[in-house]
Design a protein around this ligand. Sequence first.
Ligand code: PLP
Length: 392
Amino acid sequence: MVRAARHAGGDGADGPEDGFINPPVTRGSTVLFPSLQALRERGSLRYGHELTYGACGTPTQFHLEAVIAEIEGGTHSQIVSSGLAAVTTPLLAFLAAGGHCLMPDCVYGPTRRFCGTMLRRMGVETSFYEPMLSEPDLRALLRPNTQVVFVESPGSHSFEVQDVPMIARVAHAHGAKLLVDNTWGIHVFQPFAHGADVSIQALTKYAGGHADLVVGAVTVADDRTWHAVRDAALQLGQYASPDDCWLTLRGLRTLGVRLERQSRSALLVAEWFAGRDEVARVLHPALPGSPGHEFWLRDFTGASSLFGVVFRPGFDAAAVDAMVDALGVFGIGESWGGYESLALPSNPTITRTLESSRFEGPACRFHIGLEDPEELIADLEGGLAVLRAASE
Ligand SMILES: Cc1ncc(COP(=O)(O)O)c(C=O)c1O
């Protein structure tokens, strides 16, 4: 995995790059052929890295696809325009009118919205499940027409680590596909070793790593799944700019060291929060007591640097807003996975339908970047003073 991130995508002395260590950016729409026969032969190979027309992919995109497939442990990867497109493309590939989809209640808001709008209009029904559900509860939720079971582990605001091997077993026994949004788990969770059919990555986050691009990847476990995903991506016109693919390849070179540093700092900050009186719970998969911590211990090799804090019910959402506004080192922003630390109140962002997944107090999500953790903690000390003052 680490080798893939550092070295794949550039063949150096043996490759077509005349010894330059990194692959070039190749832009283009038109691809020329020496004859019509050559064009037709290449055009008939839909599932390989065929270069027939820019919208079907470029050499830079194919380099990135090879690296992502290796990092995720899948057989093929399809680069798409955004992390959200990496969610919607396989949903469209595996759901049909009259079908049913199971989504965890903790799922990323725009994924939920896609289910409630586009999929509903297409005649696909979605039901939401408690992410920490038991095997019998999952069996009970499956319907004869369930085509897809979706997992986002950990949930992007509530951080439940799901029992993916159990969910995979039950979904497969039913004949449904298991789609996993593995954005948090990049480099520390191998989705296919735990039963996923499709792994979704918002490469926008840790893979890009520098908050300067938007791109996604859909990686698959086998050839049949690949054909369905590739067909859907081509039909939808999914495409990513060669410049963004190249920037992602460059970001991947340092993914391992960035994650190591950010993960260590995030754990320090999360443990500091856990010792504070203002805090009811810290939602960090590596901390005992966080939902699904036992599955994190069993299935993950590390953690990323995004976690949540639930404040005591005595504090209200307006006080958390005042705290976030008072932070100086942390930025206020919706993304994560970049070099910079960010804070975002969770309450207005999450939409839940199940009572079981509500928080007891107002919550905030923190992304820890490459800054000095001492400096971050000092900033948060000031923020908590504002939280207390706003609640008096
Ligand atoms: C878990 C998760 N999946 C997918 C996405 C979508 O990624 P993008 O912003 O690249 O569309 C996000 C974005 O925040 C996310 O948090």
